[in-house]
Design a protein around this ligand. Sequence first.
Ligand code: IMP
Length: 206
Amino acid sequence: MIDIAIKKDYALDDTLIVATLNEGKVKEINQLLKGRVPNIISGSEANLDDVEETGVTFHENAALKAVAAVKATGEISLADDSGLAVEALNGDPGIYSARWAEDENGNRDFYKAMDLIWDKIKDKDDHKAYFITVLALAFPDGHIDYIEGRVYGTIVYPPRGDNGFGYDPIFQPDGETRTIAEMTTDEKQNISHRSKAIKEFINKWC
Ligand code: IMP
């Protein structure tokens, strides 16, 4: 648990920048934080530039994005770095989840990336995987708080469902018969890695 004195020093009683340009993430984060933080501003509303993810861990990349947003806006900023970790691939694509979908022009095709994953694991017995989110909450004085959330499941193929984004169509959470892309936004919010992390963030900070 966070020190009560620290929580008091860093109250989230005004503006929070949700430092991501991924509209899928903005939508999920805003839905959970609505009414809990007075003024939520998205990365595109704050005119944030894309940040190059040069870190080698989810924590480093989340911090890079949150700190860049604090520097650009002067406001407390929340960033997430997330991805899909496939056990038979030693955690890949992991921090490279978005990059596995990119072509040479930087355009993303997640169906190509999902095919690639399936190609690499189809002959293996273990199809277990998890989605992970690491949130970094960065303050103007340099303080950073980290929160992690995970959801465990299995890679299925072919992809199923049109909801969500990224790798949702090939990820079937444990105890489910549907992929995340076959669930409604509310159903995803009940179980997802990002919502688990945001709910812990709310417990800690709101
Ligand atoms: P980031 O923007 O560097 O955090 O990239 C995360 C990438 O991981 C996204 O572009 C997606 O490909 C994947 N990812 C993260 N969260 C999710 C999710 O909730 N569903 C599906 N894919 C996700």
